[in-house]
Design a protein around this ligand. Structure first.
Ligand SMILES: [Zn+2]
Length: 164
């Protein structure tokens, strides 16, 4: 698929992350801020956009906790090879959507919902997470999807519409 595909693999990352608030342990949201203090929103980004990122801004949804974390400087370089998927997130803290089984985690509620749909064989082709999930979702999560889905629902889904 050429360069576009390679860039997608190496530079794609998620524009917001749900974390556990370090103060109240409820859900916090981390978003990306650019050098011009704009909200970063594209899911896929180019090397140029990568250099434009300034910091993560974390804000709790339930308490006054806020924190800015500079985007890791070592990732500002044009990486010659693949960046680890975890790299831009490694300084953020604990992801909110985690299950104590097969180290399951999701970046945010949208990602979690997409993974659930994928495991249920009903993820839409145009879902923004479809490529990443169909290409990289862990094999042990797929092989144990019945138990995994049960645990995810038990922890995060109290009715058909929310993830709490
Ligand atoms: Zn909080």
């Amino acid at each position: 698929m050429g360069l576009t595909h390679i860039r997608y693999n190496h530079y794609n990352y998620i524009s917001f992350v749900h974390l556990i608030c370090p103060r109240c342990f409820k859900r916090a949201k981390a978003i990306l801020i650019t050098q011009t203090n704009d909200l970063y929103t594209p899911l896929i980004f180019s090397e140029f956009q990568y250099l434009e990122l300034k910091n993560w801004k974390i804000a709790c949804e339930s308490c006054p906790f806020v924190k800015n974390i500079p985007f890791p400087k070592e990732f500002d370089k044009r990486a010659p090879g693949a960046l680890p998927y975890s790299a831009p997130y490694s300084t953020l803290g604990s992801f909110f959507y985690k299950v104590e089984y097969l180290d399951f985690w999701a970046y945010n509620s949208d990602h979690l919902e997409a993974i659930i749909k994928y495991l249920e064989n009903c993820l839409e082709q145009n879902n923004p997470y479809a490529f990443v999930i169909s290409s990289y979702l862990r094999g042990d999560w797929k092989r144990n999807k019945k138990k995994l889905l049960t645990l995810i629902r038990k922890k995060f889904i109290t009715n058909s519409k929310t993830f709490f």
